[in-house]
Design a protein around this ligand. Structure first.
Ligand SMILES: Cc1ncc(C[n+]2csc(CCOP(=O)(O)OP(=O)(O)O)c2C)c(N)n1
Ligand SMILES: [Mg+2]
Length: 660
């Protein structure tokens, strides 16, 4: 087909990226052509004119971040990154969505050079990007008196209709507006179509009003096929000094294909004929994976002009840092995120008891006060979770060095933002009640996939919450968290184990952990051991001769087991008590150790105020697990315990019955 006028070189590159994306999808027989055809000019404008990267050093620390929040546009992302000169080959593009390729179905962090985050679940990318932009502000402020603007990257996001429909994006964007994150720029692929058809079937909001009301700068691009208009809008966004910017770019899904403008082109490959037609329209040879060298050179040269040796320049610039700043930067840039807490400052209480959450708060404070790269916050539960840290300031638009992050009642955004902070080298923590951990699960799942070293602090961890009732009494949450691969769950029993759990958590080089804590005052036991937490489980109290049973427990229930064992001993019944603050750790010990702690021949009984099924990995008799399989009840804690027969007398009676 003859074109009416000669295409610009920019449009030629954009069309080559389009055809490459389509070839990947056709070759894989799966993928999402719609966004690739519609949003190609957006990615091109960003990479050609704006984003600061070093394709030789994809992890260059001060790089501008790009989050493909609409992860289903992975083919577009990979073909753009290939075109931009990242170490991705044409063969890599040919193995799109195949086993062991570096071009998986949706972008995966750590697999593809230039991919800054795992995306796919809509809403996660844009929410996490808020955390990445917060990390920039924090690190910029932290290093500013040592070296001005050492860290000063922009965070760019490509978000689709679905991203903005997800509630978490609203939570996170509100925080971005509140924190004046002006270096966060969202490129909104506003095609008005989602998987099931027109967006208007489910949405009639006024985007400008919505984002203006949360302190965002809103720019509209009328013709999303016009690269120059998009590039100008990004330029304008970069001049904004306080507000984050969303650029609403009116695009056409599946642009240039015979299905353009319809949801049919969202997620199924084009047919062979449709591909041929498209390529004719784009004036590209109908040979799969055609790449024009002159276009490749043109694009790469443009990027090189702007980004020449950015990593080298950055490395040179950090030579002048003093030792302290250098140490912090090294930590941020290092993959090993372990922190040795051996000199932990912890003041024992006067009495031999303490609220578990108070112990946790003391330990956390000592860590946060000491290490600049540990910060975090709570979803409006600083006080009851004891996670507010005195003396380190609050993270606000006027104080980016502050370390207490006020997330408001936004658990999902808190978890996504924690991912963003961690992606920038920080070791964040996030706190709420255990019952509300559900609100965070989508982001926790991604943290686990990305091996991010986040600490989730979940207090009020059982029916012993009492009066607040079933909505606030976690039952299944312990199980849910233990079920998540790559998440370590600690449920310590007292001061000794809480300190041990924190030591283990911070000793980890990567991967998230959750620490579950009672809201209540717990006795400091003389039989629990800080140094045994490393094994996940150990003999807390033993009885040498003629053991009748072993009680296995965790958290708040452990001290009940100790009491019961003492009572039974006075009746001549010998009982061993095993504390298991971390089931998976315990199960990963060698068989000899496990058999020594839990000899096969002795009856074992588990006591835990949850419905966790994980205990069946340790004992095989369903009748010997004393747990709770119903939601809680509202009453004073002692009455709740009695209701569920979890008070000491009832538990003792049940145990004696099992032993009999
Ligand atoms: C949390 C979540 N829910 C559902 C999906 C499945 N999904 C993938 S894309 C999509 C809709 C896409 O609409 P839009 O975001 O506008 O993308 P477009 O069709 O314009 O490319 C859906 C529902 C998903 N990826 N994530
Ligand atoms: Mg859409």
């Amino acid at each position: 087909m003859l074109l009416e006028r000669e295409k610009t070189i920019d449009n030629k590159i954009i069309d080559n990226i389009r055809s490459l994306s389509i070839d990947m999808i056709t070759n894989a027989k799966s993928g999402h052509p719609g966004i690739c055809l519609g949003a190609a000019p957006i990615l091109y404008a960003l990479y050609k004119d704006h984003i600061n990267i070093d394709t030789n050093y994809p992890n260059y620390f001060n790089r501008d971040r790009f989050i493909m929040s609409a992860g289903h546009g992975s083919a577009l992302l990979y073909s753009t990154l290939f075109f931009a000169g990242f170490p991705i080959t044409l063969d890599d593009l040919k193995s799109f969505r195949q086993l062991d390729s570096i071009t998986p179905g949706h972008p995966e962090y750590g697999k593809t050079p230039g991919v800054d985050m795992t995306t796919g679940p809509l809403g996660e990318g844009i929410s996490t990007a808020v955390g990445i932009a917060m990390a920039e502000r924090y690190l910029n402020a932290y290093f500013n008196d040592k070296k001005k603007d050492l860290i000063n990257y922009y965070t760019y996001v490509l978000a689709s209709d679905g991203d903005l429909m997800e509630g978490s994006s609203y939570e996170a964007c509100t925080l971005a507006g509140n924190f004046n994150l002006n270096k966060l720029i969202v490129l909104y692929d506003m095609n008005g179509i989602c998987l099931d058809g027109e967006v208007s079937k489910s949405t009639n909001e006024n985007l400008t009003l919505r984002f203006s009301s949360i302190n965002w700068n809103v720019i509209t691009v009328e013709n999303g096929d016009n690269y120059e208009e998009i590039s100008k809008a990004i330029e304008e966004a970069k001049t904004e000094t306080t507000k984050p910017t969303i650029i609403a770019i009116k695009t056409v899904i599946g642009k240039n294909s015979n299905k353009e403008g319809t949801s049919d082109v969202h997620g199924s490959p084009l047919t062979e004929e449709e591909v041929s037609e498209l390529k004719e329209k784009l004036d590209i040879r109908d040979v799969p994976f055609t790449v024009f060298q002159n276009l490749l050179d043109e694009f790469r040269n443009k990027i090189n002009e702007r980004c020449f040796k950015l990593n080298d320049k950055f490395i040179n610039s950090i030579e002048s840092l003093d030792d302290e700043a250098r140490e912090v930067l090294d930590y941020l840039m290092n993959e090993d995120k372990s922190i040795d807490l051996k000199n932990l400052a912890y003041q024992l209480p006067d009495k031999m008891e303490e609220k578990a959450r108070v112990t946790s708060g003391k330990v956390l404070s000592s860590i946060v006060t000491k290490y600049p790269y540990v910060l975090g916050g709570s979803a409006d539960l600083f006080k009851p979770t004891c996670t507010y840290v005195d003396g380190v300031g609050d993270f606000t638009k006027d104080n980016y060095t502050g370390k207490n992050i006020f997330y408001g009642v936004r658990e999902h955004a808190m978890a996504a933002i924690s991912n963003g902070l961690a992606l920038c080298g920080i070791r964040p923590y996030a706190a709420t009640f255990l019952a509300f951990s559900n609100f965070m699960l989508p982001s926790i799942r991604l943290a686990c996939m990305m091996n991010l070293p986040i600490t989730y602090i979940f207090t009020h961890d059982s029916i012993s919450v009492g009066e607040d009732g079933p909505t606030h009494q976690p039952i299944e949450q312990i199980s849910q968290l233990r079920d998540i691969p790559n998440l370590e769950v600690f449920r310590p029993a007292d001061v000794n184990e809480i300190i041990g759990a924190y030591k283990e958590i911070y000793n980890k080089k990567e991967n998230p952990s959750a620490i579950l804590l009672s809201r209540n005052t717990l006795p400091i036991l003389n039989c629990t051991k800080t140094n045994e937490v490393v094994k996940g489980g150990y003999i807390a109290r033993d009885f040498q001769t003629d053991k009748k049973a072993i009680l296995i427990s965790s958290g708040e229930e452990l001290s009940k087991c100790i009491d019961i064992a003492t009572k039974l001993q006075s009746k001549g019944i010998g009982i061993r008590v095993v504390s298991v603050p971390n089931i998976d750790r315990f199960l990963s010990q060698d068989k000899e150790y496990i058999d020594e702690v839990l000899p096969v021949e002795i009856k074992k009984i588990v006591i835990e105020a949850s419905n966790s099924k994980d205990w069946y990995k340790i004992i095989y008799n369903l009748n010997n697990v004393i747990n709770i399989n119903d939601y809680g009840v509202s009453a004073p804690k002692e009455d709740v315990y009695k209701h569920f027969e979890f008070d000491i007398d009832s538990l003792q009676a049940k145990i004696e019955e099992i032993i009999k």
